[in-house]
Design a binder for this molecule. Sequence first.
Ligand SMILES: Cc1cc2nc3c(=O)[nH]c(=O)nc-3n(C[C@H](O)[C@H](O)[C@H](O)COP(=O)(O)OP(=O)(O)OC[C@H]3O[C@@H](n4cnc5c(N)ncnc54)[C@H](O)[C@@H]3O)c2cc1C
Length: 575
Amino acid sequence: MYHRYDVLVIGAGGAGLMAAAQLANTASCAVISKLYPPRSHTGAAQGGIGAALANVEEDHWIWHMFDTVKGGDYVVDQDAAEILAREAVDAVLELEHMGLPFNRTPDGKIDQRRFGGHTRNFGEGPVRRACYSADRTGHMILYTLYQQGIKNNVQFFDEFHMLDLIITDDGICNGIVALEVRTGEIHIFHAKAVILATGGFGRVYKITSNAMAATGDGVAIAFRRGLPVEDMEFYQFHPTGIFKLGILLTEGARGEGGILRNASGERFMERYAPTLKDLAPRDMVSRCIWQEIREGRGVDGKDYVHLDLTHLPPGALEEKLPDITDFVRTYMGIDPVTQPIPIQPTAHYAMGGLPTDVDGRVTIDEVNTVMPGLYAAGEVACVSVHGANRLGTNSLVDLVVFGRRAGRHAAEYVKSVDLEPLPPEPDFRARAEVSNLLERSRGENASIIRATLQAEMMDKASVFRTGEGLAQMRTTLSQLRDAYANVSVADKGKIFNTDLLEAIELGYLLDCADAIVEGALARTESRGAHLREDYPDRNDADWLKHTLAYRTSGGIQMRYKPVVITKFEPKERKY
Ligand SMILES: Cc1cc2nc3c(=O)[nH]c(=O)nc-3n(C[C@H](O)[C@H](O)[C@H](O)COP(=O)(O)OP(=O)(O)OC[C@H]3O[C@@H](n4cnc5c(N)ncnc54)[C@H](O)[C@@H]3O)c2cc1C
């Protein structure tokens, strides 16, 4: 079936819905999402959205910008970080005006709490910058934006799975191909502009906070079509996932006063980060937890330490952290009011993704040449404000600030161009991919390949990395790819064929893993979330640059692009 719009937004999380909100009254716009919109991962975000509102104590956007640049270990584009920090203030107020129910101060302003790496006066001590709605901030953002979409008559195509981008011979993106999950039918969406807002790829790893659907579809589809992916080696592990399950316990728990303790009950973060302690940035805290475990100070000799909330004032858990309190009771059978919680780092956030400029336009080389018609915003994109390590609360800001900018830019762009004709047979790749998977009657089992991928990536490409381990992972990946080429799906039907979709998503995960591993092997230094035990120091002379990885017929090729530095010269990071 054929559809025609001015703009297509792929993904109905915070980034996609914020972009759509800008387009609703100026262009014809469709939001295409493989999930029913309120099921997008943005709805799982817990702790807060950062903005220097200064509602409870002195704060300034430039302090927020500095923290973002330092938190990202200086491989952050500072022009973009400045926009993030400046526009965060207005974006949060826009959400408030849309009706988002934030927690309030006694005098009725949006309340704010502490979060890792956010500081007063360029690093003097923690500042209260995270605006929050209990520990369901993302849920509130998602529902608020979804309501706006419905109010503004945005056309939603729910449970439509994008399979391919349509790109003309002149290199203009003018549509997508999608599979309608309910019927199995292939649809062609023809448009002047496409905004990718398909989220992250935490499912590359075994222990993750990410939803099942976080399989890197947008990243992988663009990568296959020859577009570069940026800084994929920087993947964030959040310090506090529930032991073995990976379910997230927000950093807001430490923002409210929670403390990490090792087997002997010691508050070990005091040793590593004397100023910020438990509120040091995530890359550091995750590393310190593993260091404690490796040196035998894990609780009961196991791979976990404790998050202690037992000393928080009475009522704090119910009022400010109700959902995680529930999770701990339900999944662990323990009561955080009286007992410490077993936690370990969990795969959480992709700093890398599709390179974009500050208006969300996807760029294709080291001099930032734009691909006309293609935009990306949110976790799928790398603008880059998070550099080598994102600060807590900065993803939700990224969604609304850059989702808004992408939407606004696309609204203007589509006024200035004509709709390019479709290339011949725009759906042939997508049809071939689907029929190839359905036709094979016997073959490899996708779930076994996926489990091996996730376990091996956890082992060899997570918090600690070595050249040797990564090289082994490269070999494993090529074996898994061979197996994947022979994968078959059991369900041969058309209607709600989740077997087929999971096999397709496994292909995306393999692509993302390839880019992570190749980027990590090439980057012979340690920076932010990327720690090479064989190259333990940061090396600005050789590596203060962004990775651009390209899939070519001869394998993955690396190119590099300079970091934009405007206000803050790189320094050693101390907290
Ligand atoms: C548990 C958890 C807690 C978090 N807490 C915070 C927090 O407190 N503060 C903060 O700043 N950040 C937080 N984050 C990070 C933040 O929530 C995410 O980075 C962000 O929500 C991603 O939003 P997004 O709009 O880019 O994508 P998502 O919300 O992940 O949405 C992706 C959308 O793309 C669609 N999609 C994907 N693939 C396809 C396809 N092939 N075809 C069609 N549609 C597709 C999906 O249907 C979905 O609608 C948290 C993350 C997690 C996992």
